[in-house]
Design a protein around this ligand. Structure first.
Ligand code: ADP
Ligand code: MG
Length: 207
């Protein structure tokens, strides 16, 4: 029985590639116009490396991470690469994701991003979507909700996080060069992180 991890990554890839121009446009406003290009290139390479019959979730996530690390330039390649690699470690040998696994995936991915990029919440990065999403997810699971409904709430928090990035100054990454001029623009990485979570949710709902 295949674990579905190939389909899930392929949904993430489709979503990122569909939004390539949008993400690049966002990065044009406060960066160097390459976020969509970087991410789409990375996921194209990822899909070339994966095979539909792979079922070890940890091994697949590790492969995704290594590919993003090696194929994506800019800040986002190493950051997303590390996130997937760290998530791969907690999922090593597993062929199913239960609600506790999903919590570990969130937390290990965020820890990896923070270890590598040294950012915290409120610096106008992908973490402004991921940290509130992860916290909301854990809260909903501890209140007894199931994986899908907790993930639905997490996606809502991620979208709120993206809105929040419009109101703050970037203090990490390229956008920080703009200082106050970064206000009013949503962060490209927070946006791609939210698209990723939405793709995971859609995959899980359709399964
Ligand atoms: P680059 O900024 O090198 O051109 P990208 O455009 O692909 O790379 O990615 C930019 C995104 O990376 C930003 O929108 C932000 O979300 C994220 N980012 C940048 N630096 C950091 C960091 N230190 N920690 C977390 N995310 C970061
Ligand atoms: Mg850029």
């Amino acid at each position: 029985m295949p674990s579905g991890i190939y389909e899930c990554i392929s949904k993430i890839s489709d979503k990122i590639i569909e939004n390539k121009d949008f993400l690049t446009e966002l990065d044009r406003e406060i960066g160097d116009s390459d976020h969509g290009i970087n991410m789409a290139r990375g996921f194209q390479a990822v899909m070339e490396k994966l095979s539909p019959d792979e079922s070890d979730i940890g091994a697949v996530l590790k492969k995704v991470g290594m590919t993003l690390l090696s194929k994506v330039g800019g800040a986002s390649g190493p950051l997303y690469g590390t996130a997937y690699m760290e998530a791969g470690k907690v999922m090593a040998g597993k062929t199913e994701v239960n609600s506790d696994d999903m919590k570990l995936i969130f937390e290990s991915a965020i820890a990896g991003i923070q270890k590598r990029g040294k950012a915290v919440k409120g610096e106008k990065t992908m973490l402004d979507a991921l940290i509130p999403a992860s916290e909301k997810y854990s809260q909903k699971i501890s209140e007894g909700e199931n994986l899908i409904s907790a993930l639905e709430s997490a996606c809502e928090s991620a979208r709120e996080g993206v809105e929040f990035t419009k109101t703050i100054i970037a203090t990490k990454g390229r956008a920080s060069y703009l200082g106050e001029r970064s206000i009013g623009h949503q962060d490209p990485g927070a946006t791609s992180a939210t698209l990723t979570l939405e793709a995971i949710l859609n995959y899980m709902k359709a399964k």
